[in-house]
Design a binder for this molecule. Structure first.
Ligand code: PA5
Length: 448
């Protein structure tokens, strides 16, 4: 079984044949990716990653995860952007929504750091870790990212103080560049176990490298099934698959058609399962950082339904018609909960008695789809049979390849991110970082 795509409720907003008209462009994009002739072609390592990961490599990742799982009750995953969102997205999608509250005996608690500079956050994290046997996975491809490096310095110190330097060394793992960067230098000096992030895999496409695989395995999920799912989707979206059957090609075509023909500039990723919140965060980064350049690109937004139907629902139904929705629809929940009957029926909900809660959710989903389409919002549906490692693997690769194709069709280099440097330059100048003397002088002058 595979995840499915339904674009009929989006295509009805387009002129006849508009999706099909994208076939040559989509095909050209697929070939350029395949032949390595597209812009950013030194960052195509993700394209055949699922099918090229060996069982031996997964065993190696699993072995390191097992060591951390044995020695730690809490594992802090330090990283930001592409070095953070994929792992969190998958761990939350597959995990118990209350795992961190109920204290899962079988698995360590995974917490995240290095993705912000909140002093309260870091202080509270350090307090939480005080009496815990914790380990750290330090993830940074460049090895120099401020948010992550700052958190890692604090975590390393605390880990060494609590466990002693020699034991700390066994519960700190670095995932970074093969040679460059401060994270590599520290790992080599301290003798940490390390994994390399391949040069040709950019951060936001790196979830199927140890960047995502190690934290996911630490959380107790099956990374082999995850990679299998991705590999099956790699096959199902290969350039030789006919356009009509290739869901990544269809997705890339329909969103570009909505953007250029109908001026739909915002895509809202919608879920009806709160545990998919971070899948949308990961997707936002993937598409936002890949396509938002040269003053072009669909703005990727996200909503959790039905929660946000009580906040953003009004805007979506009746606000400016510049949006379309992509709904991740999960066919089968993992758990079963029947709505009980109540003799008094004070809440008047006995008409739902005996139904699964998911049946109510599904009717909310269908009702919303019809209402939003009636309100002028094109709708794309991504149907996921259930939330397990295999289908999440499929979903991840589907969005990655969809993004590679879509960015090429848009005519940008989807694999760079020159725009993210601007804030860093200003921040370093404001903080008087050595090497930024001229910028410091200039920025302070500007602020006078
Ligand atoms: O997608 C990207 O390239 C970025 O989001 C990076 O992943 C992010 O900036 C973190 O970089 P690094 O892994 O070098 O610390």
């Amino acid at each position: 079984k595979r995840i499915q795509l339904d674009i009929t409720k989006a295509a009805q907003f387009l002129s006849e044949g508009a999706v099909k008209a994208y076939e040559p462009k989509v095909k050209a994009a697929q070939e350029a990716l395949e032949n390595g002739t597209c812009p950013g072609n030194d960052f195509l390592g993700w394209l055949h990653l699922p099918s090229s990961i060996t069982p031996q490599f997964l065993d190696e990742v699993q072995a390191v995860a097992n060591t951390l799982r044995e020695k730690c009750e809490v594992i802090v995953v330090a990283g930001i952007g592409g070095s953070y969102l994929g792992a969190r997205a998958i761990i939350e999608a597959l995990g118990n929504s209350f795992a961190w509250l109920v204290g899962d005996k079988a698995n360590p608690t995974i917490v995240f750091a290095g993705n912000n500079i909140g002093e309260d956050y870091l202080f509270e994290l350090s307090e939480y870790l005080k009496d815990k046997r914790f380990g750290v996975i330090n993830i940074s491809k460049s090895g120099t990212t401020t948010e992550t490096a700052l958190a890692f310095r604090l975590l390393k110190k605390q880990c060494e103080e609590q466990r002693g330097k020699s034991e700390a060394k066994d519960v700190i793992v670095a995932i970074t560049d093969a040679n460059r960067g401060a994270a590599r230098a520290a790992a080599d000096k301290e003798g940490y176990k390390t994994f390399v992030i391949p040069d040709n895999v950019g951060g936001r496409f790196s979830v199927l490298t140890p960047v995502g695989l190690l934290p996911i395995a630490c959380a107790g999920f099956d990374i082999k099934a995850l990679v299998n799912g991705a590999a099956d989707m790699e096959k199902a979206t290969a350039p030789n698959v006919p356009f009509e059957e290739n869901i990544a090609a269809q997705y890339a075509a329909v969103r570009n058609a909505l953007y250029t023909e109908q001026g739909k500039k915002i895509e809202i990723m919608v879920n009806y399962q709160p545990k998919l919140h971070f899948i949308a965060e990961w997707w936002k980064q993937l598409y936002g950082e890949s396509e938002g350049k040269e003053h072009k690109g669909i703005f990727p937004a996200a909503c959790d339904f039905t929660t946000d139907l009580h906040s953003m629902g009004q805007w979506i139904q009746e606000g400016e018609r510049s949006i379309f929705e992509t709904v991740i629809s999960v066919e089968q929940p993992a758990k079963k909960l029947l709505f009980p009957s109540d003799d008094e029926n004070l809440d008047g909900l006995n008409f739902l008695a005996g139904k699964r809660v998911d049946e109510v959710n599904k009717m909310a989903e269908l009702g919303t789809l019809l209402a939003h389409v009636d309100g002028g919002v094109p709708n794309i549906r991504v149907v996921v049979p259930e939330l397990n490692e295999y289908y999440i693997g499929q979903l991840i690769y589907f969005f990655e390849i969809g993004c590679g194709i879509s960015g090429n069709v848009l005519g940008v280099n989807p694999f760079n991110q020159p725009g993210v440097e601007a804030y860093k330059k200003n921040m370093f100048a404001l903080l008087d970082k050595p090497g930024y003397e001229a910028e410091s002088k200039a920025i302070k002058e500007r602020l006078k």
